[in-house]
Design a protein around this ligand. Sequence first.
Ligand code: ZN
Ligand code: ZN
Length: 1007
Amino acid sequence: MAYFKNEAQKANFVQLEEETLGLWEREKTFEYCVDRREAREKFVFVEGPPTANGRPHPGHILTRVVKDVVLRYKTMRGFYVERKAGWDTHGLPVEIEVEKELGTNSKREIEQYGIEKFNQRCKASVFRYEKEWVNATKRVGFWIDMDSPYITSDNEYIESVWWSLKEIWKKGLLYRGHKVVPYCPRCETTLSSHEVAQGYKEVDDLSIYVKFRLKQEKEQEPVFMLAWTTTPWTLFGNIALAVHPEHVYAKVKVKVNEKLEGGGGGKEKEEIFILAEARLDALEGEYKITERLRGKELEDKEYERLFDVPVVGESHKIITADFVTLEEGTGVVHIAPAFGEDDYGVCREKGLGFSQPVNSKGQFTGDVPSLEGVFVKDADKRIIEMLKQRGLLYKESTYLHPYPFCWRCGSPLLYYARESWFIGMKSLRDNLIANNEKINWYPTHLKYGRFGNFLESIEDWALSRERFWGTPLNIWICTGCGKEFCVGSIEELRDRAKNFVSSGLDLHRPYIDDVVLRCEECGGEMRRVKDVIDCWYDSGAAPFAQWHYPFENEEFKQNFPASFITEAIDQTRGWFYSLLAISTAIFDAAPYLNVLSLGHILDEKGVKMSKSKGNVVDITSIFNNEGADALRWYFFTTGPPWDDIRFSEPAIAERQKKFLNTLWNSYFFFVTYAGIDEFNPKEKEIPVEKRSAMDRWIMSRLNTLKKEVIGSLERFEIHLGARKIEDFVINDLSNWYIRRSRRRFWVTEENFDKDCAYLTLYEVLVSVCKLLAPFVPFITEHIYQNIVRVFPDEELESVHHCDYPSPDESLVEAKLEDSMDLVSKLVEAGRRARSDAGIKIRQPLKEVVVVCEKEKREEVGSLAGILKDELNVREVKFTDEGLKSEFVSAENYKQEEVDKETTLFLNISLDKRLIEEGLVRDLVRRIQGMRKDLDLEYTAKIRILYEGDEEVKEAIKTFSDYICAETLAVAIGEGKPSSSVSVKGEQIYEKNWRIGNKEVWLRVEAV
Ligand SMILES: [Zn+2]
Ligand SMILES: [Zn+2]
């Protein structure tokens, strides 16, 4: 009885994967895989929640399979690895999608539409593509519990977030501030610094040199301070000019062309400018320095305002500031406190006034009548025209620089003085840095590089958003006495509310806005601050909020900190940061111990895939064409997980052909012959040390491989682990072990050597299957089901329930591996020698002579048979240095260097018998080709007839036994039958061949 199911020679991977998914579903393989380790040590994973309001694209799938390979591996290594899915549901991205549907363009329009209806639409849209996400997640084989996910908009989740904010509030870290913050004029809300960091683009902005005239006596020649800016619109908020107190400034006479100043002519005249001496190359044409002075000598000089804009407080004088640099511009900095953080700070310090001529949509107010209602970034050209007309522009050019854009809607951000709620992260800087110390980063350079640098210059977290669909900020303020109160739970809300309705409780806006609290201070009414919070705070709260901690707290304590998280590199300033920030503020602890930062998916041209660029590949077509294993293998082997991947479907097909097909062929070879021989691995037991050198060698390689793969995976070098297995399967197993051992399986009678070969190949296949299971979970499950689970009494139901193979050091024979390595080098050298001499590999040769040290000779000696076969020579001789010169001078020896100590000499002289033998090998190859053309089974027997030149017939007679054995022929005879079929029939195939200069006719007939 055959134990193993027969397989098709060519695998149908897609079908195989779909069947495997069915098996997992029926047998609850995933659930059991997790549960059976419940008593074991935990390996804690936190899912970075995706949003399901867009379709999953290749980048999401990459993240999902990297998570999967690590979690499957850790499970097989014996850990208890729970996997709770999560969905990120709040925030601007969701609102923007709904706004597109509604066609609204401002907050006022949303309010007119109704916040209640608007938020209901947001809530509904969040799960629009949930089905696609669930399907893609299952199809790619990412095992995660999607039946009970955490959802950031659930009341319970919000309650945990509120609890955490209250903890922060109690520590005095949650405060309201007036600050210049990055602001999106379209979304009409502030952005946090980590959001800004994600949206920089290189842009060409106008840059202008503006002349500010110093106040002087009327008759004096005008003197201008020359300042430089890339944001002309901010000139309307100008309050001061800043110079560095210690730097040297020069007063220069400059030739200027009047034409520049907007009136005909083209006549040249001279003007006097003051700018930093180190920046004089900003001037064009000739100039003459008339005076040098230190910055502080300019302090307090007054200048004439550019535009007539109302200002509250003192203004329009020169101040000194240390932040003025000489790297660009003129060393004279235009200061507008409404539009710059440094500007705001220095004006407050110097007691200067303030001017805000721009409204919350980024448009000029009535303070600038000529530009009222114009969006500031659209006004630059008109402002330049206005300056030209008044002779206040020295020159203009464009300037390429990074400028921040809204990461969600793409609008240019403005720096803007706004009221906002902040978490005081600056004061926690040292704690953040200390907690980062406890984290292992992959790749390692991020720890002190991109991430570490970000922490060094951390800003307070601008937490509030003046928006609608988000976790409501849980702060109420008394309308009477101004007292502030932070609500930390639903119970607290109920206790303090004057009008709490508990049925159908929804903590979102607008309902929560109507809840009025009693002021404990004055008995007055407290109203909620209308803001919602940054959705990055929601996802950053996931470690505890997914467990509804502290309201139900047991799970959380066991699951903190996480052992492992992974997301794409853009999360260094997104989720990786928000997790650390919240965990540091509340627990002063690192929230995760290992973080793997992934590269992006680019298209074939190297451009990042994104919905807006329209270059996103539809992943379902990959599932239907190549399958999930091929996609996964492509992701894992293309490069380190932290490198970007240029996505290419042909490359996926290529990886499949190269690797998965080779794996399949090895497996197919085994089940085919094991079926014929009714081999049962359970009936035989032969210790490895009793087996042949070839068997011991592949077992040694296998155990070395196990050790290497585990080492790589422990360092999250998924690519190295995968490539090592690939190299083993293709080169060691398929191209060497199986190819070299084929004949051992072909012999028909039972013998010890055949048993050794079967046992060895079986053990290797089972181990490779387990090693590969986390990477390619489908094909490995399929193979496992057929060759392992077929013995149900002793074996686990799924390959994914098995332990990861650990190396058996006693089977590692380093010397044997070295010797085999040398043999394969000798084979390569021998082939080079043949090709140099123009002798093909099927032509047998007399001998090969290897000159090497005595020690090596003994090692390689036992493997001489392999060398003989591979090089197709009758004899392998070894000799030492002393006799080398003899061969060097002999004409019939071709020499090849193998390594420093080893040289190979190939005897290329031919005799009649060798020539006949070469001819026969050519014939055998053609007969095998004819078998293939007839689509004969591997094991089908044939009959051969031949006719041809005398030399050919003679050779066939001499080697007829050999030909029969090689081609599974039961008979071989001379002469054409009288009624010959001249074409390829059903089971008969006749053909004339030409081999070298000889003619031969062959007929192959299935028996
Ligand atoms: Zn925006
Ligand atoms: Zn009060």
